[in-house]
Design a protein around this ligand. Structure first.
Ligand code: PLP
Length: 410
């Protein structure tokens, strides 16, 4: 461990981790099972187009979610886009600015205007009262996001959408395996969209699934993900290519079989983070409701500069040098990213809670590639940095972070 500030890697000491710890390093699951599936797939020569693995994956997801219809797609971004189109969303749709930029892009791409609402600073999720104030004659829907897999204000938003005659859907990109009121996410609104990107808790390399309780909508979405084909030579409507491949579904099935194992690892890591950082002044570890299902995929701390004596960005800089590649999700917020930032309609947008969170939040590494010992070390590093906060902050001001060898994109 570090005895003095000079031992920190950012000042030339040896990094705490020779091999970097990353946020969202993929869980692999049982390799032999995956490879056996790939072998059978090659023997069948059925590689895509509603193949047996895609169907099996969809049925497995449906069992997991408790009855809802599931439509596997190439990724969640396309999934959100086709749902928005299938539900006839036009004009403006309200969503939180504190989300992954894909939530906004998925609307913008089919020509819908994303309208950014502020979030509740405690839940990090869309503030329903703020959302209501943004409703205009052009508003057709609300897109809630279950940030970190913690359900957003589902009941309030359901009531609001009903009262104002709006379509409600959810970006459940983080929330596979999570529940609200004892019911699995995937059963709320008109539809919910999961992501099975490699960095997600359960994944299919690239992939996603739309969950809906509406059988007619499900049938339409299946058509839309396949160019709108309703028969061999018949196209019923404007579709796109949002099909999941068989290789992706083979990974999805294998990943799903490790569900319990991964939750267990994530939960244990989360608990170690909580006990290691829970008492550190100025730091707050985001907690999950113990009475609900959660996947614990995101270990999120809020750093309050004044109380901690160090800013989130200073801590981030020191940790990266140590090989702890913590992430500042969702800095700086969608409203401060292109193309939104430069468009006239977003120029006056001020979202103080989103800005505050974007300046405070740090996501820490977890998952099956991170051991309990790693987590303990990360906690000790953070506490060390905080304890030396004021001096460290001054010395860090002149440090230009060393370039990271390669972008860590899984
Ligand atoms: C990952 C993610 C997406 C994008 O999912 P893809 O499958 O990569 O398209 C969208 N929204 C949220 C909240 C996400 O975390």
């Amino acid at each position: 461990m570090k005895a003095s500030l000079d031992d920190l890697a950012v000042f030339g000491g040896p990094p705490a981790f020779a091999e970097s710890l990353c946020v969202g390093r993929p869980n692999i699951g049982r390799r032999e099972d995956f490879l056996a599936r790939i072998g059978a797939m090659l023997d069948r020569r059925w590689l895509t187009n509603d193949g047996p693995y895609v169907r099996e994956f969809e049925r497995a997801l449906e069992r997991h979610l408790g009855g809802t219809h599931c439509i596997a797609v190439a990724n969640a971004t396309l999934g959100l886009g086709i749902v928005a189109r299938a539900l006839g969303l036009t004009g403006e749709v309200i969503l939180p600015a504190f989300t992954f930029v894909a939530t906004a892009h998925a609307l913008k791409w089919p020509g819908i205007e994303p309208v950014f609402a502020d979030v509740d600073p405690h839940t990090h999720n869309l503030d329903p009262e703020y959302a209501e104030r943004l409703i205009t004659s052009r508003t057709t829907g609300i897109l809630g996001v279950h940030v970190w897999g913690r359900p957003c204000a589902v009941d309030e938003l359901t009531e609001l959408a009903r009262r104002r005659g709006l379509t409600l859907l959810f970006d459940a990109g983080h929330a596979f395996g999570c529940s609200h009121g004892g019911r699995k996410i995937g059963n709320f609104g008109r539809a919910e969209v999961f992501s099975f990107h490699a960095t997600k808790f359960v994944h299919s390399f690239e992939g996603g699934a739309i969950a809906t309780n509406d059988a007619d909508l499900a049938a339409r979405l299946k058509r839309m993900r396949n160019f709108g084909f309703s028969g061999y030579d018949e196209v019923a409507e404007l579709g796109i290519n949002a099909k999941m491949s068989e290789a992706a579904a083979a990974m999805g099935l294998t990943s799903l079989e490790s569900f319990d194992e991964i939750v267990k690892i994530n939960k244990e890591n989360h608990e170690i983070y909580c006990s290691g950082l829970g008492q550190v002044p100025g730091l707050r570890v985001v907690e999950y409701d113990p009475d609900e299902c959660a996947n614990y995929q995101y270990v999120v701390v809020e750093v309050e500069t004044a109380a901690a004596g160090i800013s989130r960005d200073a801590l981030h800089k020191a940790l990266w040098a140590e090989g702890v590649l913590a992430r500042r999700y969702f800095y700086p917020g969608c409203h401060r990213m292109e193309p939104y930032r430069s468009l006239p309609r977003y120029r006056g947008v001020r979202l103080p809670m989103t800005d505050q969170l974007a300046d405070r939040v740090l996501c820490l590494p977890t998952g099956s590639a991170v051991t309990p010992r790693d987590v303990e070390l990360v906690c000790m590093l953070i506490e060390f940095c905080r304890a030396h906060g004021p001096e460290l902050s001054i010395r860090l001001r002149d440090i230009v972070p060393a370039p990271v060898p390669a972008p860590h994109t899984y």
